[in-house]
Design a protein around this ligand. Sequence first.
Ligand code: 5AD
Ligand code: SF4
Length: 484
Amino acid sequence: MAVIRVNPEDLRERDLALKELVEYFQALKASKGRDITYNVRTYGCQLNESDSEKLCGMLQSMGLKEAREDAPADVIIFNTCAVRENAEDRLFGNLGIVKADKKSDKDKIIAVCGCMTKVPENVEKIKKSFPYVDLVFDPQQLHLFPVFLRDAVGRKKQLVNISAEDYIVDDSLVPIMRKRKFRALVPIMYGCNNFCTYCIVPYARGRERSRDMSEIIDELNKLASQGYKEVMLLGQNVNSYKGSNGERFPDILEAASKIDGFNRIRFMSSHPKDISTEIVDIVSSNPNIETHLHLPLQSGSDRILKLMNRPYNIEDYLKTVHYFREKVPHGSISTDIIVGFPGETEEDFACTLDVVKECEFDSAFTFQYSKRPGTKAALMEDQIPHDVVTERFGRLLAIQNDLAYKSNLAKVGKTEEILIEGRSSTAPDILTGRTLSNHLVNFTIPEELKVEGRSADDYEGMLCDVKFTNARPYSVDGEMVRLK
Ligand code: 5AD
Ligand code: SF4
C-alpha cells in the first residue's frame, strides 16, 4: 500500500472548510446566545492522546471552547480504541448515553474516530444501531477533519469517511492544543508491521511510516523554545524508526537529548526484538533521558511468544533486562503482559510468573486476552475459558503488586527530582509528579516553602526535589524539600 503524503489541494479544501465552520459556529453562537463547546473523549494509548490534541487544536481554531471532560458539549468526538473488547463496549455504552442529548438539540454534532472505525463490523454497528451519530472518520485522515465536519453539519444522513490508504502528515500542518503545558507528545512514526497474532493495531493503523528526522528535530527545537520540559517520543514500535536518509531511532534519541531545555525525554514503546544495547547506553549516558524502559513481554513462554508472532525468546529478553539493570541501576522497567492467549497451558503461565519474578518489573500493564475478530489468534483453537483466565490473572496481579510495592519501597528515604504534574485528584493540597525513573509521587509542601497566593495548580510543570517518606502499592509519598 502506498504511503500518501498530504497534497496541497487537500489542504486548500481543508482551509476553506475551516473558514466555513468558523462562520457557521459564529452564527450558532449568536443564535444560542452562548459559547459553542466541544469535548474530545479519548480512549486507549498515548498515540490516541496525541491525535486528540490535534482534534482539539482544530476545534479551537474553529472558535469553539473546550467543555469539561464528559460534560455536555455541542460537538462531542469519541476517539476510540479497538485493542480490547471492553474499550469497544465502553464506546457503545457511551454512544447510548448521548442519544438523549442529541434528541433534545438537533444542532449537536456527535462524531466517532480512532482505531475502532477501521474495523468494518464496528462501522456497520454504528450505522445500524447509532444512526444519530453524525460523522465517522478514521485516524489516518485526521488532518481532513474540518472537511468532514463541514460536510456533516446540517446533513440529515450519517457521513462515513474511512480511507484504505496509509497517510503521513507533517505535524506542523495541524494545529495542536497540548493538554499539558509542560509535556509534549511527539509521534515519530505511525503504524505497525509486526502483526502480533492477537493485535488489531496493524489493521487499524496501517503499515509503519516514519516522519522525517529533520521535521521531528524542528518540532522539538520549537517545543524547547516554548518552554516544554518533557517530551514523549511516540510510536507503536519506536525502535523500527527509519528516516528517509537512513536515520535510526538512536539518532533521534541522541539528537533530542542534545536540545537545550528538555529535562525529561521519554519514549515508547520498544519491541524486545529491536531494542539494542545501544539504546540502553544512550539512556545511561544522557541525564535528561528518563531512566525508564517500557518493554512489553506479553508472555514468559517461548512457545506462546511463537504463537503470538513475537520474534524474540525469553533468554534474549532477560539479557536486555539484566543489561538495563546493570547500566541504569536506579532506573525502572515496565511491561505489558497478556494472560490467557489461546493455547496457554498452566506450564506456559508458570513461565510467565517466573519471568515476572526474575525481571522484578517496577510496574506492569496486565491484560486478559481479548479475542479480536480479524486477527489470526481469533481463529486459533483452544481459546482459554474465562474462569481460567481470571484465576491466572489474579495470581499474576498478586505477584506484580508486590513487586511494584517493593520498587516504591526502595525509594523511601531518598531525595529525587520531581517534575510536577499538578494537584493530586484525591486531595487538593497534595501535588503529584514523577521521578526520572517514572515513579509516581504524591507529596506535600511544607509551610516554609509555601508561596503566598500560589495555588496547587500553579506548580504544574515546575521541578522540585522531594524526600520520599512512605511507599504505597502504586505510588510513593513524600515532602518537597526544594523548589527549583
Ligand atoms: N488482548 C489483550 N491485550 C492486548 N493487547 C493488544 N492486543 C490485545 C488483545 N487482543 C495489549 C498488549 C499490548 C498492549 C498495548 O495491549 O499487551 O502491548
Ligand atoms: Fe500490536 Fe504487536 Fe504492533 Fe504492538 S508490536 S502494536 S502488540 S502488532
